[in-house]
Design a protein around this ligand. Sequence first.
Ligand code: PLP
Length: 388
Amino acid sequence: MSEQFKFAKRTNWNLTPNRLSEALAAHRAAGKPLLDLTVSNPTECGFEYDSSAILDALSSPAALLYEPNSKGLESARRAVAGYYADRKEEVSAEDIFLTTSTSEAYSYVFRTLCNPGDELLIPSPSYPLFDFLADIQDVSLVRYPLLYDHGWQIDFRALEQAITPRTRGVIVVHPNNPTGHYVKHAEIAKLNSICSAQEMAIIADEVFLDFALDGSRAASFATNTGALTFTLSGLSKISGLPQMKAAWLIVSGPQPWKAEALARLEVIADTYLSVNAPVQLAIPKFLEQRRAFQKQVVLRVRRNLAELDRQLAAQKASSRLVTEGGWCAVLRVPAMSSDEDLAIGLLTEQGVSVHPGHFYEFPSDGYLVVSLIEPEGILAEGVRRLFQ
Ligand SMILES: Cc1ncc(COP(=O)(O)O)c(C=O)c1O
């Protein structure tokens, strides 16, 4: 027997925990109190859920029947189409695929678009899960920078320079996590013209679409027809129900590309048939839950942001970047040490956990990311210790 079993190269990840995770594990193991400003799990933030409506929704007698449908049960897809109709956006249930998560939806799209080694452009800074998703699907990620100048925007010069003959699409996160900015109309037009000319797709992640701070309603990519477009969203953020594993993928764009994409995706989805019946049957009711949930989240985020700003106003060293939506704030802090050292210091000396900017691929040190969905007292005390 050889020492080393031969695993697939795509799984050759460096799995040693980084210094911050080690410090966090040690902090927890020692039973020390922690003010966690990184929480993203809404079920742990003290929001009120209608427990009986949620649990009742899972016990439909129709779940005793197996009705395989590659796109997912029509009743559930109609409810998703209804969610867009409520936003005054017309999406056909026929263009929707149900998946267990947006991560799974990404994998369907990557598999539909990319041969091994093909490239997808992703925003930087952004959400760190993409690297693993891409590795698992043998896709290479190429970053395009977002520029900050009183707000975020796509650096189109850099984006266009990043395109190679192997580029199959551009990922946008609308609004982006953690920068909290929406893709603007002019940017959508430009993305459409670049992508349609080069036969590339747009992949739009809209899990935070409904969480605009000013209550405005940003248009979804789900009705975008200027380029082949895959729009991803789901209940983990929209209704605060990540444990239910219910998400979706919508195809739009010019015919015949759209028809071809639907047909190919149907084979992938039919191979897995991954969403279970009780959850599919519950989707209409789970979507209903979003109204009460989103009200609470937006109120919490606004209050936490106001508290953060109040404390920022009392000092000069740090500031906050402009945000339009989503669940976090980005702080610009003095780059006296690496962001990782800063985060470790805050943990060990103040008992506060924050995400260092490099976790989201910020281009330099001097950025910390804090969640805005934790209970207000925790945010207020955590931030007070940050600025001590
Ligand atoms: C931008 C973004 N997309 C997708 C996800 C994951 O969503 P899901 O639970 O549906 O896989 C997250 C989770 O934080 C996210 O921040």
